[in-house]
Design a protein around this ligand. Structure first.
Ligand code: SF4
Length: 314
């Protein structure tokens, strides 16, 4: 007799790997194939321990800074992007390097450069210390960009040339929080230059929309992703704000069964750097305790693919 309680599991879609993460991982794999091991990688290629450990087993060595890379080994720069000084230093040292910066982050870098050429001061909406923010600030001269982290920041910061402003954003922010911050900026500075297209990337906004689509039916939400993954943290926030108790977990062993309790419906999603394998692991862990009925709720199918760098596919 089956004594397990029934559990409906709603799996959000899209979830997990985005085109930028997929490309960055392929770049490290191809670099190891092309140059042989070890290949150095500056910073975690993407924010996921499982991905990083697998690449380490294949022959990647992760370092914090370029000076840890020997002169005769190639180095890959992470998907989050790097300040201009990093490839410049690599070039000075004659290092072979491959840049795995997501093309959507590079697009923001180019926008920042153009705005500086136009003589504007940039307000950058993002989270202090995140590697993408460090990389974007490193595209422009010191002092030409101000970080805005919250609506409160947007309300109080002072500028000397209020009619010469533009704003850009980190790619992995909360769509709702960013809209609120932008609202404050526009009301304080009606002439502020607005980016031509949305900087929050398609993967971030699609994953947030997919969570919103299932949250109303869920008693609990499990978000699979690393604690330092910005887009994963935002997914847990989005769901929590909709009134669904939500937890960010790295993998199945992190499930707090007491917290989970005896729900009728559990939602599952995964940040853009979390592999699908970990989603399956979580579903299997639920299925070991409950009589699971699984449904995939496809909100907005994705077909985005980014080209690999020419030096690795030629
Ligand atoms: S989350 Fe967005 S910006 Fe970041 S790697 Fe993926 S597609 Fe690129």
């Amino acid at each position: 007799m089956n004594t397990r309680l029934p559990l409906r599991v709603l799996i959000a879609a899209p979830r997990g790997f985005c085109a930028g993460v997929d490309r960055a991982i392929q770049i490290v794999e191809l670099a190891i194939e092309r140059f042989g091991a070890p290949v150095y990688v500056r910073h975690e290629i993407v924010h996921n321990r499982f991905v990083v450990d697998r690449l380490r087993e294949l022959g990647a060595i992760f370092v914090d800074e370029l000076d840890e890379v020997p002169d005769d080994r190639p180095v890959v720069f992470s998907a989050h992007g790097v300040p201009k000084s990093v490839p410049a230093n690599a070039q000075d040292r004659g290092l072979a390097y491959v840049d795995a910066t997501c093309p959507l982050v590079s697009k923001v870098h180019r926008q920042a450069e153009r705005l500086i050429e136009e003589g504007r001061h940039i307000l950058f909406i993002g989270h202090a210390g995140h590697p993408e923010v460090v990389g974007t600030f490193g595209q422009v001269p010191a002092g030409s960009m101000t970080l805005i982290e919250s609506e409160a920041d947007a309300r109080v910061f002072e500028v000397t040339q209020p009619d010469n402003l533009a704003f850009l954003t980190q790619t992995t922010l909360s769509v709702d929080d960013t809209a609120a911050i932008v609202g404050v900026l526009k009301s304080r500075f009606p002439d502020i230059r607005v980016p031509r297209s949305e900087d929050i990337c398609y993967a971030t906004s699609n994953r947030q929309a997919a969570v919103k689509a299932i949250a109303g039916e869920c008693d609990r939400m499990l978000v699979i992703g690393a604690p330092n993954s910005s887009n994963s943290l935002r997914l847990a926030e989005v769901s929590e704000r909709l009134g669904v108790p939500s937890r960010l977990i790295e993998r199945a062993t992190d499930i707090d069964w007491d917290w989970l309790g005896k729900p009728r419906t559990v939602g599952i999603t995964a940040g853009a750097s979390a592999p699908e394998l970990l989603v399956r692991e979580v579903v299997d862990a639920l299925a070991a305790r409950f009589d699971v009925r699984e449904e995939i709720v496809d909100h907005n199918p994705e077909r985005m693919v980014f080209k690999l760098p020419r030096e690795l596919v030629a």
